[in-house]
Design a protein around this ligand. Sequence first.
Ligand code: SF4
Ligand code: SF4
Length: 375
Amino acid sequence: MVYKQFQDLQLSALGMGAMRLPVIDKNDEKIDEEATAKMVKYAIEEGINYFDTAWGYHGGHSELVMGKVLSEYPRESFYLASKFPGYDLANMPKVEEIFEKQLEKCRVSYFDFYLFHNVCEMNINEYLDEKYGIFEYLMKQKEDGRIRHLGFSAHGSVEVMRRFLEAYGKHMEFCQIQLNYVDWKFQEADAKVELLKEYGIPVWVMEPLRGGTLASLSEENTEKLKALRPEEKTPAWAFRYLQTIPEVVVTLSGMSNYEQLEENLHTFENEKPLDPKEMETILGIADSMVNGVPCTSCHYCTSHCPQGIDIPSMLKLYNEHSFTGGGFIAPMALMAVPEDKQPSACVGCRSCEAVCPQQIKISEVLEDFSGMLKG
Ligand code: SF4
Ligand code: SF4
């Protein structure tokens, strides 16, 4: 395992994200505890010491399961991160209640790392609003040793991040952003890394594989990569790319099964950053891929939909349908979806859009999708 120095700690360069744990019956809230425990055991044996959960992952069950599984290990043997769920404005007045509950759910007396979750356009005013006292409360927890390191994750624009940093930047010790070779330009990750550098804040990476999109590429793009490094698997390229960016400390990967974990561990046995030609190739591939709706399957939106539409699945099918220019895959998959959960069931209320970190105009996409399906 590659380790990175962060202050006086040695963090594993690969962290285990707990937002896409193995589940039972495809139910996001029914985490397969046995499979998770097996993965955590293997991760620890192979040197991963960083685990990242959050209040909202798996409908609130991620913290519970990770807490239970990690309680089998000495507290000092792992670093645990969780986050204040400000992606839902209803949580803003509840920082104390939520933080206390999180410690309880995770069966710990302190978090090694704690983040303002998902700083973005939708919540920046509230995050900065002193009336909620979130910053003050978290700083107090830090003083009391219940938070060892305070940081934030951001899906917002560079401008939003700048506003946050102007207010709290000197107290932020790390920042988690969506970074991968597609988002380097597409989501301005390059400018975000530069901004964080101004504040001397190291980068934690989320979505290194962009919700799995970078785990398998088109045949043409796969061939381009194979020509450069015949032995490297496609997902490893995404991690090698990140190993080239010096500001990156921890790369979080939400692994859903043992095989993914094994493969990622293998990649992080050593560092093999890209050379300039490889970098040019991968950024060229990124350019060629940027189309479709950038949904990362984070599931933040689903609980906000009054129609109970499985939005990420619909968007995935929409991308497939658009990318293929029609075809049978999406219509076939939709045959298994009840009428009242189809894209056409969207009533355009836009509740989902208020919480979407990717700022996807979901209602418009579903309307478009519905039209395409009608032909
Ligand atoms: S806009 Fe459509 S998909 Fe979004 S929450 Fe409303 S009904 Fe659901
Ligand atoms: S539409 Fe947005 S909020 Fe919903 S799963 Fe996709 S990225 Fe997440």
